[in-house]
Design a protein around this ligand. Sequence first.
Ligand code: C2E
Ligand code: MG
Ligand code: MG
Length: 603
Amino acid sequence: MGGRHVKRIRDRWLRWCSTVGAWPASGKHDREDLKAIQRLHQDSEQRFRVLLESLPRVAVQGYDRQRRVIYWNEASARLYGYPTEVAMGRLLEDLIIPDPMRQPVVEAHRAWVEQGQAIPADELELRHRSGEPVPVFSHHVMLGEHTDNPLMFCVDIDLSDQKRAHRDLAFATRFDQLTHLPNRQAFEADLDERLDRCRRQGRSLTVLYLDIDRFAEINDAFGYAQGDQILIELTRRLRHRQRSGDLMSRVSGDEFVMAFPGVGDAEARRTVVESVRSVFDRPFEVDGIARAVTASLGLSVFPDHGRVARELIRNADVAKNRAKLDGQGSLQGFQQHYHDALVRQHRLAERLEHAIANRELSLHYQPQVSAVSGRIENLEALLRWEPTDGEAVSPAEFIPLAERSGLIERLGDWVVEEACRQQAAWRAVGVEALRIDINLSGRQVRAPETLERLEACVARHGLEPQDIGIELTENVLIEANEDVLTRLRRLYRRGVRIAIDDFGTGYSSLSYLKLFPLTTLKIDRSFVRDAPRQPEDRAIMEAAVFIGHRLGLEVVAEGVETAEQLALVREMRCDLVQGYYYHRPLPVAEVQRLLLAQLEHAP
Ligand code: C2E
Ligand code: MG
Ligand code: MG
C-alpha cells in the first residue's frame, strides 16, 4: 500500500472522527495532526455538552461503575431538585430511586456491568429531592462496557405534563367540572357495580332523583354565576349527609341522582328522603340575599323498579316528573303505570305524525243552541282521530301531545282548512247564518303566521270573517304577549268572533276580561255540573254571567247534560247552551240533517 493512499484513508478517518467526536483508538500521528485532533475532540465534546445542557426537558445523568454521579446536566437538576454540585459523587440509589425500587435497580445495574444485560428503556416513576414522584421515560446507555470503568448514562424525559393532561382528561370524562361529583356515565357504572353487590347479598337499594324547582328562573334573574353557587352549596350540603357507600352524581344542569344501598323498606326510605329534604330547610344565599330553594324528588327501588342502573335512574326520573306536576317540593315513588303512560304517549305521538296523510282525522260539530228558543245558532268544531289500526283517541290526550311535539301547527292548519271547506259547502246548500268556532291551542296562537293563515283561508273559501270564530283558553290569553294581543285585536276589529274557553279554570281573574279582545265567554263545564248542588259554584257562575253581559259578551254554558242544569243556566240568562242535553258532537252528515230540518221549520 503506497504512502499517499495510507494518508488519504487516515484523513478521511480523522474527518469522520471530528464529526462524531470519536477518538481513533490507535495510529501514528504527526504533531500537527495530534493537535488538530485534540482540538476537534475538545470542540466536539464542547458541542455535545452544549447540546445536552440546552435541552431543557432532557435530563442526562452519568454514573460510574459504583453508580456514583459523574455527570448531571441542568435539566437533571431541575427535574430532580439536586443542583449539579450536590449530586456529583453521590449514589444513584440515594438520589432519585424510590425505596421499593432500590434493590432491583442495584441488581439490574450489576447484571449489565457484569453480564452485559442491557436495561431496557421504560416509563418509570423516580423521586424528586422533596420526595414527590417524578414520572419519566428513561433510556439507558452503557459506554466503555468492556473496560474497567463502564459508564452508565441515563437520558430521562419528563412526563409530568403528559401525566397531568391524562389525569385532567380522565377527570373530565368521569367528573362534573362544577361540583366535582361523578357525571352520569361514571355514576351509572358505579351504580351497576353496587347493584351487583346488592344482588349477591340480597339487599335492596333506593335511587333518588332530585330536580331543583324553577332553577331556570334563578339563572335568568340572577345570572349563571349565582345559579352555580347554589349548585355548589347544594352539593356541599348533600355530601355532608352522605353515608359511606352512598353514591351521588350531578346528571345534568339542576338534576342530581343519589343511590342508597341497603335502603329498601318504607321506614328506611322515609329516613333518607327526610335527610335529603332537610338540606333545603335553610335558605341559599343568592347575591347576598337568602333565597328559599325547593326540589322535586322521584324515587325508584331495586329490584322492584329495575334491575340495572339505567332503568332505575330512568324510573326515578319518571317519578320525579310526576312529582313536578304536583307542585314544588313534591315527592313521588315510581309506579309502573307512569312508565306505561309515557310509552303510550310516545307511540301515539309517532302515529299522530301520519294521521293527516292516512286520512284518520275528521271534524265533529257540536251545536250551541239558544237558551231561549232551543234553535241551533252556532257550531263548535271538535277534532276526532280514529287511527286505522286502533281505537279512537280523545283530543284531550292527543292535542297536548301535538303541542309538545310541534305537530299542532300542521294539525291546526288542517282543522282550519276543513272547517272553512265545510262552512263553504253548507253555504252552497243553503245553510246560512251559522258560525263555526275552531279551538286554537297556545302554541298555535304564538306561532307568528297562524292567524294570518286563518284569515287567508277564510277569504280563499269565499267566507266572511264572522263565519269562522276562534276559541282560546284563559291561560293562553294570560300568557299572550303584546305581539299576539295585537294580532288578536286586528282579528276582532275585522269581525272575527273570539271566545274565551273553559272560563273559570285558569287564573280566573275577572278583571283580565277587559284587557282582551273578546266577544264570547264560555263558562266551564265543571261549574255547570256543580252549580245545582254547590252554592259557591253557583255564585261564581252568576258573577261570571253578570260581568260577561256587562262587558257586552255573549255567554255560553258548556256541558249542560240535565234538565236541572238547563233550568239553572236559563235562570242565569246565559245566551247559548252547549252540552249533551241537546246535542253531542256529531259527524257532518248528522249535523247537516239537523241544520236542514231547522231550516224547514224556520218561522
Ligand atoms: P273544549 O274546547 O272545551 O271542548 C268541549 C269538550 O267538552 C269536548 O270534548 C266536548 O265533546 C265535551 N262536551 C261537550 N258537551 C259536553 C257534556 O255535556 N258533557 C261532557 N261530559 N262533555 C261535553 P272533546 O271533543 O273531547 O275535546 C276536548 C278538548 O280538546 C276541547 O275542549 C279542546 O280544548 C280540545 N280540542 C278539540 N278539538 C280541537 C282542535 O281542533 N284544536 C285544538 N287546539 N284543540 C281541540
Ligand atoms: Mg272549545
Ligand atoms: Mg271548553
